[in-house]
Design a protein around this ligand. Structure first.
Ligand SMILES: C[S@@+](CC[C@H](N)C(=O)[O-])C[C@H]1O[C@@H](n2cnc3c(N)ncnc32)[C@H](O)[C@@H]1O
Length: 290
């Protein structure tokens, strides 16, 4: 009795779900597979789909790759169907769906996050994802991108089961970058300390090492890579971040790799402002760039 009254109270005062920000259009299964493959989903992954529809992405991640999954969806009937499908497919212990606004979702546990949403929704989500996903988390979208945050990988696949338009779809992967920006003190064995200055826009690195400009700077999760110099005197640095320390190796042409370390002395801030956004990609029935 008391429990029933409590449930009724919870129902009465639960925040109502907002209106849907995008219509339900399921991703064809061939594209679901391509999304999970580009992210290299495996049994250790936790796949979150924002706007999960009938649940097909987390469900496939569980049944094909043994991953755990979670989906949030604004339409309660789709959530009921997705949870029923999880039971039917024998993965209800690993995959769960909730009727919830995707903008009110804790994504911090995801190792893979998927979306098939409008361009404008992705852009609204972008700062939230970059602030709340762990570095190294793979973000995969079907069709819609994240504006000036360029994908790390992109493929276009033949999708004969697509219910509209050209039978092909773009699948894109982003790897959430750690923030390396700031000033660092770099040391190599037997050499004087040097100043490393790093600026970062999403996964792109720029800066200088002892006033020499860096080239080809790039972040991949917690790892970075950049070069200095050119031709035979080019040096390639790779390294990995732990706290405020980078440890890595420097490769010189024709010489053995040497270890290097750097300690951050001043923190900067990765630039994730919108800047000039690349235009919306057409070709979807979901109605353009809302
Ligand atoms: C294009 S469908 C994609 C469904 C599924 N992810 C797939 O790829 O098959 C987008 C889904 O997002 C849901 N949605 C829209 N706005 C939402 C919001 N604010 N919070 C949660 N889900 C939302 C819609 O109801 C719809 O099911």
């Amino acid at each position: 009795m008391i429990r029933a009254a409590a449930a009724l109270l919870a129902l009465t005062f639960a925040a109502p779900l907002p209106a849907s920000d995008a219509p339900y259009v399921p991703t064809p299964m061939s594209v679901v597979d391509a999304m999970l493959e580009i992210a290299e989903v495996g049994a250790k992954d936790f796949v979150i789909d924002l706007g999960s529809g009938d649940g097909r992405i987390p469900l496939r991640a569980a049944t094909r790759f043994g991953a755990r999954g979670f989906g949030v969806e604004i339409e309660p009937h789709l959530v009921r169907g997705a949870n029923a499908a999880a039971k039917k497919q024998g993965v209800a212990d690993r995959v769960r769906f909730e009727a919830r606004d995707l903008f009110d979702t804790d994504v911090s546990g995801a190792t893979v996050l998927t979306t098939y949403l409008f361009q404008s929704l992705n852009l609204r989500l972008r700062p939230y994802l970059l602030a709340n996903l762990k570095p190294g988390t793979r973000v995969v979208t079907h069709e819609f991108h994240f504006g000036s945050w360029q994908p790390d990988r992109k493929t276009t696949i033949h999708a004969p089961d697509k219910p509209y338009g050209d039978p092909r779809s773009d699948v894109m992967l982003w790897i959430v970058p750690a923030d390396f920006s700031g000033t660092w003190r770099m040391s190599l064995p037997g050499e004087p300390e040097r100043e490393l200055r790093l600026g970062q826009r999403f996964q792109m690195l720029s800066g200088s090492l002892a006033a020499q400009p860096l080239a080809e700077g790039r972040v991949n999760g917690l790892s970075l890579r950049f070069t200095t110099g050119a031709g035979a005197s080019a040096l390639t640095y790779t390294g990995r971040l732990e706290g405020d320390t980078i440890s890595g190796e420097v490769l010189r042409h024709g010489a053995a790799a040497q270890p290097w370390r750097a300690q951050r002395v001043q923190r900067g801030r990765m630039d994730i402002d919108a800047g000039t956004e690349t235009p919306f990609q057409s070709g979807s029935p979901m109605g353009g760039s809302r």
